[in-house]
Design a protein around this ligand. Structure first.
Ligand code: HEC
Ligand code: HEC
Length: 300
């Protein structure tokens, strides 16, 4: 803010407050001199409704004074008058937050840096790094539970991170990449196949995972699976492809669900699971600790 506008605001505000003081004082003076309880102003409505000229009640005046004094004291102590920072030199909430973050960074920074130099597999498994995993868990509870659950067990559409079944891979690098850069699983909608073919290929998917399926439909479904592109992403044998995040369809772990109805829905409408990137938000050292914590979960 330029100093012109700063002074503009200061003068306007102070003039307003002084003006209010003067206005009350002036009405008080006038009233105590002239007005007496019971006087009428001479204004009459509806034939006999008269306006009295009673002085303002004391309590009301005092309230007015108190608010004015409060305003003046507040503006003296806190920022409010143009560029004037206030006598308490109270910084804005934003810079207070930044100061607290800087303090935390100073305290925990060296610890994070120390753990960042240790291999993720060691952090995830060795007894001496118990505290590192505890820090990873606290980060997880802050940033990840709303989607993956407090126990990282996941829910429909949000993968379970405690099993050893990975959409995008379970090596330290792959887990780190999932957290830092995010992931986007794209399963295209296949509504164009029509209800009958969707039913058949869904039965084939059921059969792949060892569930009861209609054998005739599953046989027809296999042909569809191989010819319309399912195999291109999920593999010829349906075991998935971690480069695309295409799930293994031959195991008993389901991201969206393994009932015939849900499988048909997945095929017909498609799916689009999004894991948002966290690298910029958290920085590489926290991502490192989180990856170690996630890895430790699937090793238990
Ligand atoms: C372009 C690649 C691609 C093609 C083609 C594709 N899928 Fe998928 N499919 C995926 C991905 C990626 C996911 C995971 C979606 C997510 O993470 O949200 C998925 C998810 C699924 C699921 C859900 C699995 C679960 O665990 O809940 C089923 C079932 C499935 N696909 C079957 C099929 C069938 C059948 C076809 C052929 C009609 C097909 N897919 C074609 C990539 C593909
Ligand atoms: C907004 C919801 C959301 C948040 C927040 C979130 N995730 Fe995810 N995460 C997902 C989804 C959805 C997927 C699966 C993406 C897909 O369908 O391919 C996923 C996938 C993953 C994977 C890959 C799993 C695999 O099987 O390969 C890891 C690892 C992971 N998340 C860790 C984390 C961690 C650690 C955090 C906290 C920093 C986090 N996620 C925060 C939604 C979220």
């Amino acid at each position: 803010m330029s100093s012109f506008w700063s002074w503009w605001i200061i003068i306007l505000t102070v003039a307003n407050i002084l003006g209010c003081f003067w206005l009350i004082w002036w009405t008080m003076q006038r009233q105590s001199g002239e007005a007496v309880q019971g006087d009428v102003t001479g204004h009459v409505w509806d034939d006999d409704l008269q306006e009295y000229n009673n002085p303002l009640p004391r309590w009301w005046l005092w309230l007015f004074y108190i608010t004015l004094v409060f305003g003046a004291v507040y503006l003296a102590l806190y920022p409010g008058l143009g560029n004037f920072p206030g006598l308490l030199n109270w910084s804005s909430q934003d810079s207070q937050y930044k100061a607290e973050m800087a303090k935390a960074e100073k305290k925990y920074g060296p610890i994070f840096a120390q753990y960042a130099a240790v291999a993720i597999t060691d952090l995830a498994s060795q007894a001496e790094y118990q505290e590192a995993r505890a820090m990873g868990k606290r980060l997880f509870l802050t940033y990840c539970t709303q989607c993956h659950g407090a126990d990282a067990g996941g829910t429909r559409g949000f993968p379970n991170l405690t099993d050893d079944d990975w959409l995008w891979g379970g090596t330290p690098e792959q887990i780190k990449a999932s957290i830092a850069a995010g992931r986007r699983g794209v399963m295209p909608a296949h509504a164009h196949l029509g209800a009958e073919q969707i039913d058949e290929v869904a039965n084939y998917v059921l059969q792949l995972s060892g569930r009861d399926a209609d054998t005739r439909k599953a046989m027809a479904g296999k042909q569809i699976f191989l010819s319309v592109g399912c195999a291109g992403c999920h593999g010829m044998d349906g075991t998935g492809n971690q480069l695309l995040g295409a799930p293994n369809l031959t195991d008993k772990t389901w991201l969206y669900g393994g009932s015939l109805g849900i499988i048909k829905q997945t095929i017909g409408q498609g799916r689009n699971g999004v894991m948002p990137p966290h690298g910029d938000l958290l920085g590489p050292e926290k991502v490192h600790l989180l990856a170690a914590y996630v890895m430790s979960l699937s090793q238990q």
